[in-house]
Each structure stands twice: as structure tokens, then as C-alpha cells.
Design a protein around this ligand. Structure first.
Ligand SMILES: [Fe+2]
Ligand SMILES: [Fe+2]
Length: 270
């Protein structure tokens, strides 16, 4: 299974480059991914004129399944409502058959209107847990913000406010991959049985510690997950190859030594 992860295209922004986005999408289409994840900041400021542009550009993605979540930039200026009008629900769940077994994906809007900080929110926990329940060969969680600090991103203020509870929840759910974006630095943190994978900015020159635009290709094989960073029109670089099976002591799907965050009823429906 091949997953393309693209984020932070910031359509309509001053440092947005349409040619980079088109090149990235052409390359992604040529790779024929099973799934494309667009992990937030599709627009630069959530303005009404930016959403149709973002929609038309991203409609060029040719894949059987495309999952989008909003980022903090999309939620500005009541952009979270425009996101729903343009791309559909801000939270979504997906089940996908693959040779490696069924893929279970849960994608959550971690943005808060007019704040750069994010939160998953405990009202989502039950719904997330339901999405990962049952048999699945691969479990993927998507949100725009970080669950762990990423190097080279300045002040450490980019984790979701409930990162600890969410990490614990996702580990309990047996999640394999967490896909996000936000601070435009491609990075992989292997944590407790999960790979937290962040893509850079695919289509802007809003680069930081990693100075080039970039997106990720994630190849999931029976015994390993290979993650490759791609610069649109440029180089490819490995972000590592990781075993599918973690030693039990490290994945540690054991009982937490504290009272887990209250789940609450699921608020969202598919
Ligand atoms: Fe961004
Ligand atoms: Fe962001």
C-alpha cells in the first residue's frame, strides 16, 4: 500500500507557488497511491476566494481515496464552515481494503478558529476509538497539529493541547501511523508502537528548518514501513524504514497507570 501525504499548500498565500503544487500532484499521480492524505492548511487564510482555488488545484489529485482535514489557517475567518462546504466533513472515518489487510483511518479537525494552537478534544475520543475498533491491518490517524514537538520549529507551542491524552488513546487503539503537518518541517518520531509522520509544506516557500518544499510517500509493506520525503521536481530522501512489529515492551499496549481520559459519547456520525 502506498500513501501520499501532502500538507500546508497554503493556496492564496504570498509565498504559495502554484507550479510547485502542480508538480507535486503530477508526481503523486504518477506514483499511483492507494490513498492521499491532505493534512491541513489547504488555504492561507480561509478566505472565501481561496477555497475554490484550493479545491480546483487539489481536484487534480487522481487517487481512489483522498482524505482532507483543516489546519489552523483554514479555520480562520469562519473558514472552517467554508471547508465543510468545499471539501465535506472536517472529521471523517474510512475503511479501505488492501492486500495488507483492512486499513482503518480516522481524521480529525484539530484546529480552533482564529487560534494557531490545536486540540483534538475529549468529545472526539469515543468516536476515534470506535473508528479503530475491530479487525484492521493498518490503523492511521490524521490531524494537522503535532502530538510531539518537532525539531526546528521554534517555540514549543504546536502540540495539541491534549497531546498526552491523545497519544495514550491512540496507543490503546493500536494506531500504526499518525499523519500531520503544520510547521513545515518533515519529520518522523517513532513513539510507543506508532510512527508520528509530519510532512513539510508541499507548495510554498514558507519553509523553516527544512528549507525546501516537500511531501511524503509512505510505503506500507508486510514487515516494514518506508517513508520517503520528496521535493516537488527535485530530490527524494529517505526519512527511514521502520519495522511493522514493535517489540512488545516498546509498543506497550498495557494498562495505563492512571485513570484514562473519560471517553464520553460519540458526537459525530459518518
Ligand atoms: Fe502551514
Ligand atoms: Fe498550520
Amino acid at each position: 500500500m502506498l500513501i501520499a501525504q501532502i500538507s500546508d499548500v497554503h493556496v492564496g498565500g504570498g509565498r504559495y507557488r502554484q507550479d510547485l503544487l502542480r508538480t507535486a500532484i503530477d508526481e503523486i499521480n504518477a506514483a499511483e497511491p492507494d490513498l492521499v492524505v491532505v493534512a491541513g492548511d489547504l488555504t492561507d487564510d480561509g478566505y472565501p476566494d481561496q477555497y475554490p482555488l484550493a479545491h480546483d488545484e487539489l481536484a487534480r489529485i487522481d487517487a481512489g481515496h483522498v482524505v482532507c482535514v483543516p489546519g489552523n489557517h483554514d479555520a480562520r475567518n469562519v473558514g472552517y464552515l467554508l471547508f465543510e462546504d468545499t471539501f465535506g466533513a472536517r472529521d471523517s472515518r474510512l475503511r479501505l481494503e488492501s492486500p495488507e489487510g483492512e486499513l482503518a483511518l480516522v481524521a480529525v479537525d484539530s484546529s480552533k478558529p482564529d487560534l494557531d494552537e490545536g486540540e483534538i478534544g475529549r468529545e472526539h475520543y469515543g468516536w476515534i476509538e470506535e473508528g479503530f475498533a475491530g479487525e484492521a491491518g493498518l490503523r492511521v490517524f490524521v490531524c494537522h497539529h503535532h502530538l510531539m514537538p518537532i525539531p526546528g520549529t521554534g517555540r514549543e507551542r504546536n502540540q495539541v493541547l491534549d497531546a498526552g491524552d491523545v497519544l495514550s488513546l491512540l496507543r490503546r487503539c493500536g494506531v500504526d501511523l499518525v499523519l500531520g503537518g503544520h510547521r513545515h518541517v518533515p519529520y518522523v518520531w517513532p513513539v510507543a508502537g506508532m510512527l508520528l509522520v509530519h510532512s513539510g509544506t508541499a507548495a510554498t516557500l514558507r519553509t523553516r528548518a527544512f528549507t525546501e518544499p516537500a511531501y511524503n510517500l509512505i510505503r506500507v509493506e508486510p514487515d516494514r514501513i518506508a517513508i520517503e520525503l520528496r521535493v516537488p521536481g527535485g530530490q527524494a530522501r529517505s526519512l527511514g524504514q521502520y519495522p511493522r512489529a514493535w517489540p512488545a515492551e516498546l509498543s506497550s499496549h498495557h494498562v495505563e497507570p492512571f485513570v484514562p481520559a473519560e471517553r464520553g459519547p460519540a458526537l459525530a456520525n459518518d
